[in-house]
Write a protein that binds this ligand. Structure first.
Ligand code: COS
Length: 384
């Protein structure tokens, strides 16, 4: 749902300009230094991107899912590490508070998240609990008016910069399943929390992930999201469901960018006395990419609209994440192919995108997890 087309268009115009004039030129330097320059971070804050999905009453833009998708399609036109900086906060980092937090928790954290003064990370994955998220081992044991947290979280995006973590931990160690898990807002400067060294990743330089280690960290009981134990896994699933539509939109945006670059190259590059864009085998790669991008774009917008209507979009969100991330991988592969040898060397940036987009098929639920969610939902509906 788009509330006011003019306001949204004004935001999209600003984002498009910022992407084109500031972010795209900075791609090589970010890839080289593994850091997003301060002025670009400030620029994203000034644009209001950190508050994109936070309701207006807490100082954000209050984007609907459809509006969020439109902004992510625009942000996808550059290196995905830029999206990661604010997208982790507006995507999965803050949503737990927003969806299930108490009014006091919302009032305390959302305004600071909206300005970017505070960044939020989502801490679910562990060394032994990846796809099987409900098997997580980090414990949060009640001790008076605190919980004592122990455990390690892995691959936590923005952990080095985060001011708060949405932490999923087991409050009932007797219960080994999903219902023993609770969600907390944990302030990063809590004693007993340390951040591991930055992971050395395949791509997305400029976006940082690391372990977050909890050693007898005392977290006030007031930080339990919504004040109810045993709800944390459901909170995480709801957050991820929304996050999957957000990521799918980014996949579409990045695929559009890669296709545009490949098309420009194909028009300029001559072989056998003519632009390679004239060759039908190259055209097939361009056409397949365009058709798949269009399909994914339609899916993402449809899923977003359905969610805005209040419909259950568990199946649609997983369909979008699965199709768009796999599509993005295929488009990246074809783009490298069209660039030929130049696609394999760093100068054209396309090999960087190839590496960057590999993550899309893994995080916020692998393709195989999306298949499981989709199939389970189908079987459940058919046998109800
Ligand atoms: N919204 C609300 N509740 C949900 C939900 C959703 N989208 N999905 C599941 N739940 C609820 C279920 O209804 C169930 O509640 P009840 O016991 O009251 O019925 C509970 O959560 C447990 O669900 P389920 O039985 O499906 O859990 P499983 O352990 O079988 O796990 C999968 C389900 C595999 C889908 C889940 O572990 C998953 O998504 N894994 C991938 C994790 C992931 O994306 N990691 C990325 C890290 S973050 S970048």
């Amino acid at each position: 749902m788009i509330r006011d087309p003019e306001t949204l268009q004004a935001l999209l115009d600003s984002v498009n300009r910022f992407v084109r004039e500031r972010l795209v030129p900075a791609e090589p330097i970010v890839a080289e230094t593994d850091e997003i320059p301060e002025d670009l971070q400030r620029g994203m804050k000034e644009l209001g991107l950190f508050g994109l999905t936070i309701p207006e009453e807490y100082g954000g833009f209050g984007a609907t899912m459809e509006e969020e998708v439109m902004v992510m399609l625009a942000m996808g036109q550059t290196s995905p590490c830029f999206r990661s900086l604010f997208g982790t906060t507006v995507g999965i980092g803050s949503q737990g508070i927003l969806l299930d937090g108490s009014e006091a928790q919302k009032k305390k954290y959302l305004p600071k998240l909206a300005t970017g003064e505070l960044m939020a990370s989502f801490a679910l994955t562990e060394p032994e609990a990846g796809s099987d998220a409900a098997s997580l081992r980090t414990t949060a044991i009640r001790d008076g008016d605190h919980y004592i947290v122990n455990g390690t979280k892995r691959f936590i995006t923005n952990a080095p910069q985060a001011g708060i973590f949405t932490l999923m931990a087991r409050t009932n160690p007797e219960d080994k399943g999903a219902s023993g898990v609770s969600a907390f807002i944990v302030e990063a400067d809590t004693k007993g929390i340390s951040i591991g060294r930055k992971d050395r990743k395949m791509g997305q330089r400029g976006a940082h992930t690391a372990d977050v280690i909890f050693e007898n960290a005392r977290v006030p009981a007031s930080q339990l999201i919504g004040g109810r134990e045993g709800q944390g896994f459901k909170t995480a699933m709801k957050v991820l469901e929304k996050g999957r539509i957000h990521i799918a939109a980014i996949c579409v945006g990045v695929a559009e960018r890669m296709l545009r670059d490949a098309l420009q190259y194909a028009i300029q590059r001559k072989q056998f006395g003519q632009p390679i864009a004239e060759f039908q085998l190259v055209q097939a790669m361009l056409a397949d990419s365009q058709a798949e991008i269009y399909a994914a774009r339609c899916m993402v917008i449809d899923a977003a609209r359905r969610r805005d209507e209040g419909l259950n979009v568990s199946t649609e969100a997983s369909c979008c994440k699965m199709f768009a991330s796999e599509m993005c991988g295929r488009v990246a592969d074809r783009a490298v192919q069209i660039f030929g040898g130049s696609g394999y060397v760093a100068d054209h940036g396309i090999e960087r995108f190839y590496r960057d987009v590999r993550l899309f098929r893994l995080y916020e639920g692998t393709t195989q997890i999306q298949q499981i969610v989709i199939a389970r939902n189908l079987v459940r509906e058919a046998t109800r």
